[in-house]
Design a protein around this ligand. Structure first.
Ligand SMILES: NC(=O)c1ccc[n+]([C@@H]2O[C@H](COP(=O)([O-])OP(=O)(O)OC[C@H]3O[C@@H](n4cnc5c(N)ncnc54)[C@H](OP(=O)(O)O)[C@@H]3O)[C@@H](O)[C@H]2O)c1
Length: 287
């Protein structure tokens, strides 16, 4: 049997990156608490993991579920604390800023930003106990925005800022906070985006369609290409494992060639040039 390396909590572990991280960390000898939202997901994850992995029902926008997960996990930690919290849960919301539903935008921020803060605040006492780590799952779109991805990108930009603030606030306590910024990764998110795009298109007014229909077509084509280049979620889980096992983790880890490229573009290329290139790419990607 592998040596117990301490306890970690990962949110959004029902599929994709979260599930892969949960299973890889379980195999590597961590006691994994894996946040899922349904009994089916709980049973599905348990059937793939060692008996040590403990799935917990945790919708990160539900204060009662956060409190209850805190109590359950707190009892199991036996005073040893959490060596890591991995804030991974996430949703997407395509659409133009002009016609975006405000309720949809609020929900995007509620899950991708506020939910992570709520979970972080709730579990910080146990992270402190183990001088643990916090890993926030951002995105290549946390430094670079394409049209019609504004809501998702806004949430990931906010997560970047929250990560920087937390890292600087918690460094004196010996708690490292890192953000991973994957590019395209194979996961359930792509089918969800397709469904959301279809739903959004069905609800578009004629005016919205006239203004953004062509851009939508270009973005959909770019998305298809990005999906074809997606790296496996194991590549992300390997970086998470590296962060957990490094003595001094970095602040930010772009993952995948597209994320590394966009991270440089977002930081060093002037906006006017980026705007021009994005416009050209959208024109070339049409039809
Ligand atoms: N795949 C990519 O290309 C990519 C690239 C960059 C960043 N990311 C980020 O990676 C993270 C994981 O995404 P993924 O690609 O693995 O997609 P995914 O397979 O769709 O996983 C998303 C996870 O988040 C969970 N979730 C959604 N709303 C939640 C809530 N309110 N409370 C708790 N959990 C919730 C989902 O649970 P349910 O199954 O219950 O809905 C699911 O487990 C996200 O933060 C995403 O933004 C993904």
């Amino acid at each position: 049997m592998t040596k117990d390396k301490g306890s970690v909590l990962i949110t959004g572990a029902s599929s994709g990156i979260g599930r892969t991280c949960a299973l890889m960390l379980d195999q590597a000898g961590y006691q994994v608490f894996a946040g899922v939202r349904t009994i089916q997901a709980l049973e599905g994850l348990s059937s793939l993991a060692s008996g040590r992995l403990c799935p917990v029902i945790l919708d990160i926008t539900d204060a009662i579920q956060i409190r209850s997960a805190c109590q359950t996990i707190g009892l199991r930690l036996e005073g040893k604390g959490l060596v890591a919290l991995i804030n991974n849960a996430g949703i997407t919301l395509p659409g133009s800023m002009e016609f975006l539903s405000l309720d949809g935008f609020r929900k995007e921020l509620e899950v991708n930003v506020i939910g992570h803060l709520a979970v972080t605040q709730a579990f910080l006492p146990w992270i402190r106990e183990a001088k643990g780590r916090i890993i926030n799952v951002g995105s290549a779109l946390g430094k670079f925005v394409m049209p019609l991805t504004g809501a998702y990108a806004a949430s990931k930009f906010a997560l970047e800022a929250m990560t920087d603030a937390l890292r600087r606030e918690l460094l004196p306590s010996g708690i490292y906070v890192s953000l991973i910024a994957p590019g395209s990764v194979e996961s359930a998110i792509w089918d969800k985006i397709d469904a959301e795009v279809a739903q959004m298109e069905a609800g578009l007014t004629q005016e919205a369609n006239e203004r953004y229909g062509q851009t939508g077509e270009s973005i959909a084509n770019l998305w298809k290409k990005a999906h074809c280049r997606a790296i496996p979620p194991e590549a992300v889980a390997n970086v998470v494992l590296k962060i957990l096992e490094s003595s001094r983790p970095q602040s930010r880890y772009p993952i995948g060639p597209d994320a590394r490229f966009l991270s440089i573009v977002g930081r060093f290329v002037p906006d006017s040039l980026v705007d021009w290139v994005v416009d050209k790419i959208l024109t070339l990607s049409r039809g």
